[in-house]
Design a protein around this ligand. Structure first.
Ligand SMILES: Cc1cc2nc3c(=O)[nH]c(=O)nc-3n(C[C@H](O)[C@H](O)[C@H](O)COP(=O)(O)O)c2cc1C
Ligand code: SF4
Length: 516
């Protein structure tokens, strides 16, 4: 019996992985070959998807990108024994893109069957939870504090400090809410975890629950992730069956269970307080802070709200210790981050590396430069509210503080590249338009300011009173930055002002750039 791996990840399926799996099954049965097809997560090398792997005595051999019509020639070549073929990429683990990564959170993604709990355990799963079950709540929280883990959803707030606040709150019940809204364009790390290794998220949430005294968790899932929803439902059933979830977590006598709630399809529902409103069945409007959700969150109760990657990074910390995790990274940015390379790059995908790697390394060593073959002119890091950075900033290390000092924001780790045909005035307009569409409407600087922002940029682009309108645009950005209730309106000026500062020629401020 030969084991073959064909991803069921949504990105792989979008380029035909399902059809490839069926073609392999048909070809094998027609030839009388006995094969076992495991539907794994994606390895995160999207230009190679559908990536088929074959288990051989020498390890897993990769073939890709495989189309259904390649399957016959693959069998003819003997690929079920790992034989040579024009699509053969050699041992998967030796592919440079993968080999140079530091996969802690993504250690099992693409490696194991996402729904097989015994395989999860055989690859290091449940060790963190078992360790946590033998510790006091305070010790768990302090271990997470010492690891330096900061929120991976955007704001980079220290995870352990948030947990400490919830642990100290007296009200009962308490809740764990996993923010799986993943609204930033070009990001997909949350989805890849949920589809590729859902148990690591459950384990992280159970550890959080045991640490702060919460027996109930919710995963607020982006509505555009139906594949993740299916995988989560199957994984929850398997986890309950094996007592990873339920009234008696791993036989400890402690309870922790969770439910998935589908999001409302709005970017603002990723903001934690709007998310809580939505989870309570209301329209996703931002709540003023204080009170902090840690003290008065879901249904007014103490609540941990953490991103998927934050929670999925916890099990390895409890398993290997805070120091092991904190030894990765630099400065106050400890551990690793799964960067997501998208936009105009040759090799888009997921790159988990310790903090400190530079944008240039990500864009060129991993991304292989632009897909169009033209120079990369601008990069937006940290989602639609992140600044646009020019080439002169590509050597800044990706560390929260160093990056902020260079005018950027790491956020959820999305990296979107643009070549030299991009019109940055159009991108600035897009940022304002995005805010106008996605604003929750609660405060004036954001609701009205973003609409006026679109108009002012239109005037500038049309050459109407450019000097006066440029001054007005900066003034408006100032008002939005300092007068908005949340980071939606507060950060929308970041892409606009960075486009103005770094690419003034696109606004007609200096001679227009030449594009050959
Ligand atoms: C407009 C807006 C959208 C956001 N969208 C997300 C999101 O999709 N996913 C996420 O995890 N955090 C998002 N955040 C950040 C959350 O408000 C919050 O900081 C996060 O869920 C806390 O978890 P963490 O500390 O683990 O990052 C968003 C924030 C804002 C202002
Ligand atoms: S800044 Fe925008 S999204 Fe945030 S509260 Fe104000 S109107 Fe709502």
């Amino acid at each position: 019996m030969t084991t073959m791996y064909v991803p069921r990840d949504a990105a792989a399926c979008s380029v035909g992985a399902e059809e490839v799996a069926q073609a392999i099954a048909r070809a094998a049965s027609a030839r009388g070959d006995r094969i076992d097809i495991v539907r794994n997560g994606s390895r995160g090398m999207f230009w190679l998807e559908p990536l088929v792997e074959v288990a051989t005595p020498q390890g897993r051999i990769a073939y890709g990108p495989v189309a259904p019509e390649d399957v016959a020639s693959l069998f003819d070549a003997g690929f079920h024994t790992g034989a040579a073929h024009r699509l053969c990429l050699g041992p998967t683990e030796e592919i440079a893109y993968l080999k140079k990564q530091e996969r802690l959170t993504f250690a099992r993604v693409g490696v194991t069957d996402p729904l097989n709990l015994s395989e999860y355990e055989a690859h290091g799963g449940l060790r963190g939870l078992r360790a946590a079950l033998g510790m006091s709540s305070r010790d768990i929280v302090e271990e997470v504090v010492r690891s330096g883990l900061r929120g991976r959803g955007g704001a980079a707030f220290p995870c352990g400090i948030k947990w400490r606040t919830v642990l100290g709150a007296e009200a009962r019940p308490k809740y764990i809410v996993c923010n799986a809204d993943e609204g930033d364009a070009g990001t997909f790390s949350d989805r890849m975890i949920m589809e590729g290794d859902p148990f690591v998220l459950f384990e992280g949430m159970a550890i959080a629950g045991i640490a702060v005294g919460a027996a109930k968790g919710y995963i607020y899932l982006r509505s555009e992730y139906p594949d993740a929803e299916r995988t989560l439902a199957l994984a929850i059933a398997a986890a309950r069956q094996a007592s990873l979830l339920g009234n008696d977590v791993l036989g400890s006598g402690r309870a922790f269970d969770l439910e998935v709630r589908r999001g409302a399809g709005a970017y603002i529902c990723g903001e934690e307080t709007a998310l809580l409103e939505s989870l309570e069945g209301k329209r996703g409007m931002v709540r003023p802070k204080p009170p902090l959700p840690a003290l008065e969150g879901l249904f007014g109760q103490p609540t941990v709200v953490n991103n998927v990657i934050t929670l999925a990074s916890v099990p390895i910390i409890l398993d290997k210790g805070a120091k092991y995790y904190a030894d990765y990274g630099m400065g106050r940015s400890q551990g690793t981050l799964p960067f997501q390379l998208a936009g105009n790059v040759k090799r888009g995908g997921l790159v988990e590396k310790a903090f400190g790697i530079t944008l240039r390394e990500l864009l060129y060593d991993y991304g292989g430069g632009s897909a169009s073959g033209r120079p990369i002119r601008a990069v937006q890091v940290g989602g639609p509210l992140g600044a646009y950075l020019p080439e002169s900033r590509f050597d800044t290390p990706l560390d929260y503080e160093a990056f902020a000092a260079a005018g950027g924001m790491i956020g959820h780790g999305g990296v979107i590249a643009f070549d030299d045909t991009v019109d940055m005035a159009q991108m600035a307009r897009y940022a304002m338009e995005f805010c106008a569409i996605e604003s929750c409407g609660k405060c004036t600087p954001c609701r009205i300011g973003s609409r006026r922002g679109v108009e002012v940029i239109d005037h500038i682009r049309a050459g109407r009173k450019p000097a006066a309108n440029l001054a007005l645009l900066r003034d408006l950005c100032d008002t939005m930055t300092y007068g908005s209730l949340c980071a939606m309106g507060g950060l929308t000026p970041a892409p606009v002002v960075s486009a103005l500062d770094h690419f003034p020629e696109d606004f007609g401020v200096s001679p227009a750039k030449k594009v050959s």
